[in-house]
Ligand binder design. Structure first.
Ligand SMILES: C[S@@+](CC[C@H](N)C(=O)[O-])C[C@H]1O[C@@H](n2cnc3c(N)ncnc32)[C@H](O)[C@@H]1O
Length: 286
């Protein structure tokens, strides 16, 4: 077992770590900050509204609740909260990440600009954006209360992709080669010698078998995470951190590749889910 998984607040945990002790980060944070606060999670568990809403059903299937990020996007105060959260987080991360360390952060097209701005201000270099094509149930709605009158309209595009922002801590050495030798960081590992890590992945919805093992509202597919964790450690040495580990899907992907990882999850229910799920997810599709 090469992973460590703790029921902790990542902000506190990062403060307790040595400088330059983490090699890469692959994480899926609470995009809008608010949806994973204690109060909102409680409402979701009770099935009582809040920021989580059930998308309209048009085919008789039961749907899972999704957070309404448009609520956040419409309020300057909420946008400021998102910026402050990621800026604070980025500054703490900067200290513990090695020079040249990469960070992959899942986001949403509605808020990724704010995350990116906050991370740049925390001194990280933006290195691109990875696109995961996935048809979500987000967006595509008709104007509320006038669905019949405006049945040919949708007020926002139906989400068909998910952006993962890519950042890097600036190198400390003169060249990437020297930085790689010293810190095992600075570049992305190739999937095969002739195939550089790409920025478009046609990997859709998380398969049912994984959602049954780990019924977390935001679980990401192993097939996709395995590619990211592999790319994140250029020499295969070092430690991958997932500060918002949820059910531990990133740690499971790292374990699959025999890579070392650390995950933090603040919510004890999700943490207990993860303790059981990680070894089972890591064993899938071998
Ligand atoms: C979007 S989910 C990640 C889910 C994950 N991708 C999975 O596959 O299970 C974000 C997670 O971060 C957790 N979280 C929120 N704030 C946190 C904090 N300060 N420290 C650690 N975990 C936190 C939430 O409880 C939630 O489980």
């Amino acid at each position: 077992m090469l992973y460590k998984y703790y029921n902790k607040n990542c902000f506190d945990w990062m403060d307790s770590q040595d400088s330059n002790s983490i090699t890469a980060v692959v994480t899926d944070p609470p995009y809008g900050v608010r949806e994973y606060t204690e109060g909102e999670i409680k409402k979701r568990r009770l099935g009582k509204g809040g920021i989580w809403r059930i998308p309209p059903s048009f085919d008789g299937h039961k749907r899972n609740a999704l957070p309404r990020f448009s609520v956040i996007n419409e309020s300057p105060k909420e946008r400021e909260n998102v910026y402050n959260f990621f800026h604070e987080w980025g500054k703490k991360l900067y200290r513990i990440l090695v020079p040249g360390g990469h960070i992959f952060i899942a986001s949403t097209p509605l808020l990724s600009d704010i995350v990116s701005h906050a991370m740049r201000e925390a001194q990280f270099e933006r290195r691109g954006e990875i696109i995961r094509t996935v048809t979500t149930l987000r967006g595509g709605d008709r104007p509320k209360g006038a669905e019949d009158e405006f049945k040919e309209l949708s007020i926002i595009p139906r989400g068909m992709w998910e952006p993962w922002e890519l950042f890097r801590k600036p190198l400390s050495e003169r060249t990437i080669a020297i930085n790689l030798r010293k810190w095992h960081a600075g570049a992305l590992r190739r999937e095969h010698p002739n195939t550089p890590c790409g920025d478009l992945f046609t990997i859709g919805k998380t398969p049912k078998i994984e959602r049954v093992i780990a019924p977390h509202p935001s679980i990401k597919p192993q097939q996709f995470l395995r590619k990211l964790v592999y790319a994140s450690l250029p020499t295969g040495n070092g430690i991958i951190l997932d500060p918002f580990a949820g059910s531990g899907s990133t740690l499971a992907a790292a374990e699959y590749h025999n890579l070392r990882s650390i995950g933090l999850e603040i919510d004890s229910e999700f943490y207990n889910m993860g303790k059981d799920a990680i070894p089972r997810l890591a064993q899938l599709y071998r």
